[in-house]
Design a protein around this ligand. Structure first.
Ligand code: ADP
Ligand code: MG
Length: 615
């Protein structure tokens, strides 16, 4: 702060100002690739080739066969706010092109060595311009095919503050590959190619305009299993492919939204999707899918953020409802189809009796609920099940119901008086039974305990498995028939980096070529599992898809995943001896929380109960 008194206000040098502004658009190599591809699409390209080196840090070269630029346009396009796409603010109301701000090329020019070579069909020669970190050079005539080539070298080299935020090459390459795959999905009529250090990473198959291809984003394996959804109103059109509930994923990254062929991030649409899947998939699992929404541009505003990934909807509830209902109805139909088949098959199956759990619901037993729910209870059940808090805010009728459900809750149990409790002295704990086959109910002289059986067992297993991993004691098992899993090439390129982690947890994996990974051995815990492929994929995803996680964290996550996998499930009926054993293990391992921090035991103090009953 020594020189503070010498400071006075001054206008920033042009270069510094534009480098600061560039941060808005150009965050990392993938954002450069995104801007350049958008420009190529706007220029009616049919083939777009992306070549990168070092994850795009040393080179990004995008070559298209589009309409090209004239010499004067070329001189203009690297200047701030130079655009051929809009003229007036009214034009902002109906944007059909990707670009419109005219700031991508000028931003890129200020933070890299940029060379643009371009030629129009009617021109005999191409024109080339070079800008080095904002310093412009003269335009010269050169030979080149029709179209435009934009070469970006040494991104951020002269801007250390930005350069230091770049991740390792393989991570940046993954981001770039993701961008290319997004565009290939949105524009199946354009041929996309991605080459990294002379190796082909991705090449799209040409399909007619408007067709929905999912394989660039979701792979070819799942593609045939997806179910189609369609919905239409007068000005919103939805077309998509979504995974059936038995083809779930374990992270949220496999679901994509496009509005008017523009890839977007939308908490609203994701919420509608997850709400529609409620009841069809378990907590912690997520659907895969691609949703295309076509809509009049005046119903959405894409001008929210320079990177143009976010949108603002004019009437969000319409979009929410349309998507929610179209997915939900399709899933219901799907589950009916499945049910009809399985019902037929199991006609004489006596194991069905297992589903009768009328004797297990303690609250019901002691008369809290009537056997046949009264009408008001039924209504609330439906409301609770179907509606998210989002809808509750939107629909008046439903929020009225919500009020009633709150009243009922308050009558039954004020959950605020439930306290997180470690279980200490077991001797005095009396086991009453299970609630919803998921929570163990016990008492001692001063209260009532509710124990989440899955979370508790998960916590115990996690502690043991993590210890084994740390001490290299994980038992591995050779697979009789190796599993072969499909993976994007940019993730397979990470196998080497992750070798040590895989070894620690008993996974022997190698590159099988052609976008596949072969699995030779797995941790023994997984071997009993029928869906072993899914479980292994979950572990591989975790490691390959999260290069930013430290080795220690990855091992923790794997231990957590294996623990969750092998733990007693929610909904599983337990015998008293099993419950007793679980309680003993809780005390023995001194666990209080599941690996992700949720409590395993809650206590209702007798004192609070007296208060609740106004005694
Ligand atoms: P915007 O796309 O928002 O207009 P850009 O800075 O990305 O702004 O591009 C500026 C202008 O340069 C565009 O409006 C377009 O006229 C021209 N341009 C950029 N890339 C290409 C390309 N690949 N082919 C033809 N013209 C291009
Ligand atoms: Mg642009």
């Amino acid at each position: 702060m020594k020189d503070k008194q010498h400071r006075s206000i001054h206008i920033l040098p042009k270069e510094v100002a534009s480098q600061i502004a560039a941060g808005e658009v150009v965050e990392r190599p993938a954002s450069v690739v995104k801007e350049l591809i958008e420009n190529s699409i706007d220029a009616d390209a049919q083939v777009i080739q992306v070549e990168v080196k070092n994850g795009g840090k040393s080179l990004i070269n995008v070559i298209d066969d589009g309409i090209g630029m004239s010499k004067s346009d070329l001189e203009l396009c690297v200047k701030p706010h130079a655009t051929s796409k809009i003229l007036t603010t009214e034009d902002l109301e109906h944007i059909y092109t990707f670009g419109f701000r005219g700031e991508a090329l000028s931003s890129i020019a200020s933070v890299s060595r940029l060379t643009i070579t371009t030629r129009q069909k009617q021109s005999d020669n191409a024109w080339k311009i070079q800008v080095e970190f904002g310093r412009e050079k003269d335009v010269e005539a050169v030979g080149a095919p029709v179209g435009t080539q934009v070469k970006v070298e040494d991104l951020f080299l002269e801007i250390p503050a930005r350069k230091k935020f770049l991740k390792r090459d393989s991570t940046e390459l993954s981001h770039i590959a993701h961008v290319v795959r997004l565009f290939a999905t949105a524009h199946p009529e354009i041929r996309f190619e991605l080459i990294s250090s002379n190796k082909e990473i991705f090449r799209s198959l040409l399909e007619p305009k408007g067709s929905l291809v999912v394989s660039p984003l979701l792979g070819t394996e799942i593609a045939s299993k997806l179910i189609e959804i369609r919905a239409q109103t007068d000005n919103i059109n939805i077309l998509g492919y979504i995974s059936p509930p038995d083809e779930i994923r374990f992270n949220t990254k496999n679901f994509y939204f496009f509005i008017n062929r523009r890839p977007i991030k939308s908490p609203l649409l994701w919420r509608a999707t997850m709400d529609a899947y409620k009841g069809f998939i378990q907590k912690g699992s997520y659907p895969a899918g691609v949703i295309f929404i076509e809509v009049d541009p005046f119903l959405v505003d894409v001008n929210v953020h320079p990177s143009k990934q976010e949108v603002r909807f004019d009437e969000p509830e319409r979009f929410y409802r349309l998507l929610y209902h179209s997915i939900k109805e399709r899933l219901e139909l799907n589950s009916k189809e499945v049910f009809l088949i399985s019902e037929d098959k199991n006609k004489n199956d006596s194991s069905k009796k297992n589903y009768d759990h009328s004797d297990t619901n303690i609250l019901e037993k002691i008369g809290f609920f009537e056997k046949e729910p009264s009408p008001i209870y039924k209504e609330i059940e439906i409301n609770r099940h179907d509606s998210s808090s989002y809808i509750e805010v939107l629909c008046k009728e439903e929020s009225k119901l919500k009020g009633e459900s709150k009243k009922l809750d308050a009558f039954l149990l004020d959950t605020s008086s439930l306290k997180e409790r470690p279980i200490g002295n077991l001797e005095n704990l009396e086991i009453l039974g299970q609630l919803a086959n998921s929570f163990i109910i016990c008492t001692d002289k001063d209260g009532l305990y509710l124990i989440d059986q899955h979370a508790a067992h998960e916590a115990i297993l996690f502690k043991r498995i993590f210890d084994q991993i740390k001490n290299s004691q994980i038992v591995k098992q050779q697979l009789l028939i190796p599993e072969v899993l499909e993976y994007p090439l940019e993730l397979i390129a990470r196998l080497n980096e992750a070798k040590e982690v895989f070894k620690k947890v008993g996974l022997d994996v190698s590159d099988f070529g052609q976008g596949h990974i072969i699995v030779h051995s797995v941790p023994q815990i997984l071997i009993k599992d029928k869906a072993i492929k899914n479980s292994v994929k979950k572990l591989l995803d975790l490691v390959l898809d999260n290069p930013h996680l430290s080795k220690e964290l990855l091992l923790r996550e794997i231990a957590a995943s294996l623990a969750c996998h092998s733990a007693i499930k929610a909904g599983q009926r337990l015998h008293k001896e099993e419950i007793r054993k679980l309680l003993e293990e809780i005390v023995q391992e001194k666990v209080h929380h599941c690996p992700h921090g949720r409590p395993i035991a809650l206590k209702l103090d007798l004192d609070d109960l007296y208060k609740g009953f106004k005694r």
